[in-house]
Design a protein around this ligand. Structure first.
Ligand SMILES: NC(=O)c1ccc[n+]([C@@H]2O[C@H](COP(=O)([O-])OP(=O)(O)OC[C@H]3O[C@@H](n4cnc5c(N)ncnc54)[C@H](O)[C@@H]3O)[C@@H](O)[C@H]2O)c1
Length: 318
């Protein structure tokens, strides 16, 4: 395929894997990775430093590169945004407007922008959370995601911009470090399993949260972006899910292959954030509209995470 793809916020947990996948489909030279960081982290894929809050810079790079698709991933995540709420709002909202407006101006074909289960809140039905329900987020991150969802739909309906979005649950992957979210424990627990055999969790042991393994998340993103426009019926953001588990359950999954692994729990400020989020998600619209199907359950993810951290990253080796 000869389309050009611009990725903004490309050096984070999702961007690192998405850029690799996009380069595999469209060719290295057709993907331009950008981030506020000094250097890119996917070899052989062109990289430019770009601060998404530099409105002129965003418009300029889009005018120069003329992308067919933009993936806008730059954001302050849930836990980090609670520490700096003003910056969280500014980055998550102004950044989105700069990208949407410049995309519209330049006639970009499709824009991807992820939302999150953080867009739900304490009065949302917490089990099998429906696509449409009460949404009363009480974190600045969640408020920005809900507002962003409304604007995504507004830009589609009012201006015809083909914006597509998924409400990711907690994402777990081994290639890049997570960026300060409330579900990050589910990545560090695997490092701890290999390095010390014990994990001290910042959430309570019975905190049920929806999660997805990164290969499934990347595949979902690309499948939705490649679906014909009329199959993408929801223009705010799609519920998406793969599995739900508690800290106890992920520890049990690890202990099944690493007997003796143990967990302790010392909940911190992130517990309140997790408590306001759903425990499981109804993603039947994504399944019906564009054929979403997850592949990894908890034990399959555990096996793959431990294998790759050990053999590719050398974690736990003396
Ligand atoms: N990882 C998850 O579990 C998860 C879950 C739900 C939604 N999401 C959403 O997915 C998107 C990507 O998340 P991620 O996990 O890769 O986050 P991350 O924190 O790992 O990466 C974000 C990237 O944005 C970059 N960035 C920060 N400020 C910037 C700026 N001013 N200009 C340009 N780049 C900037 C950072 O350097 C970083 O590389 C975000 O919108 C996030 O809200 C992630």
């Amino acid at each position: 395929m000869s389309e050009r793809i611009l990725v903004i916020g490309a050096c984070g947990q999702i961007g690192t894997e998405l850029v690799e996948a996009l380069a595999g489909i469209y060719g290295n030279g057709n993907v331009l990775a950008t981030d506020v960081r000094e250097a890119g982290n996917v070899p052989d894929v062109p990289y430019r430093k770009l601060d998404v809050l530099d409105q002129k810079g965003v418009a300029q790079i889009i005018m120069e590169f003329r992308p067919h698709q933009i993936y806008h991933l730059a954001a302050l995540l849930s836990a980090t945004a609670e520490k700096n709420p003003k910056l969280g709002w500014q980055l998550n909202m102004d950044g989105l407007f700069y990208v949407l407006d410049a995309a519209l101006e330049a006639g970009v074909g499709k824009v991807y922008w992820p939302s999150s289960i953080a867009a739900f809140g304490p009065n949302t039905p917490s089990l099998n959370t429906p696509q449409y329900c009460v949404m009363d987020p009480n974190t600045v991150y969640g408020i920005s995601k809900l507002a962003g969802e409304r604007y995504a739909e507004y830009y589609f309906k009012r201006y015809g911009l083909d914006v597509r979005s998924i409400r990711y649950p907690g994402l777990i992957g081994w290639k890049a470090a997570p960026g300060g979210g409330t579900t990050d424990y589910a990545v560090s627990i695997y490092y701890d399993a290999l390095q010390s055999g014990h994990h001290n969790c910042f959430l309570r042991e019975d905190t049920l949260l929806p999660m997805l393994y990164m290969p499934d998340a990347i595949r979902a993103t690309l499948e939705m972006m490649h679906a014909p426009a009329d199959q993408v019926k929801i223009r705010s953001s799609y519920n998406l899910s793969g599995m739900s588990f508690t800290p106890t359950q992920i520890a049990e999954s690890i202990a099944r292959v690493m007997p003796g692994f143990s967990i302790s729990c010392e909940p911190d400020y992130r517990q309140a954030i997790a408590d306001s989020w759903p425990g499981s998600i109804d993603d039947s619209h994504a399944r019906a509209d564009w054929g979403w199907k997850h592949q990894y359950d908890l034990d399959a993810m555990t096996a793959d995470m431990l294998h790759n951290l050990k053999t590719v990253k050398g974690i736990g080796k003396p």
